[in-house]
Design a protein around this ligand. Sequence first.
Ligand code: PGA
Length: 225
Amino acid sequence: MYYLVANWKSEMDFHQVKAWCFTFLDSINYDIGNLNQQEIKVILGPSYLYLRFVQQTFSRIPFIYIASQDVSPLGKGKYTGFVPAESVKDFCEYAIVGHSERRKHARESEEEIKKKLAECKKHGVKTILCVRETKDQLYASDIVAYEPVEAIGTGANADATHVVEMKKKLKPAKGQAYLYGGSADDKNIDDYLATGEVDGFLVGTASLDPKKFFAMFQKMLGNER
Ligand code: PGA
């Protein structure tokens, strides 16, 4: 099983999200007869505001799932501005936890990350845990994404051999899918796929273009293990 995760960050307004979804849906509908849908999960990560819209738009496509980009470390309660797992779960199956941009800009700690994972577990939200290096703890999660900071949004994607080395060091658990993220795009994913050690990608920049993202999706189906 491969995973292709789009992380749209704070990049798109509603107008852009709508345009993205309709273009991607068109590509899928056009190609649906040729797609081996059992082999891949495409997970779309809009901001909280657009979760409902994206969920509804793709509700009839069985291999598309939705992820929130973050989740509250706290439960329901008097916590202004926080969005708890218990609310998120109505709109998506997955939550991204511990992304390096949250670790940096929201000063997210290991303690908070643990709480977020626990909240998700409690409410049945699957987790995509991001780690930047071996110092970041690899807690139990459904998916782990190795994302070296210097590769994120820079065009300088990490070498496939390095990504495989990191897998050996990080030691994901059996059943914990191992993704690479950091300037992954339709031009460079073959190298990672060829190693047979990478279960998919967490994609920022290249996920903003529905055509590029669809090209990645098609490539992954062609490289099925
Ligand atoms: P990028 O972002 O593909 O633009 O490097 C990846 C991420 O931050 O998840």
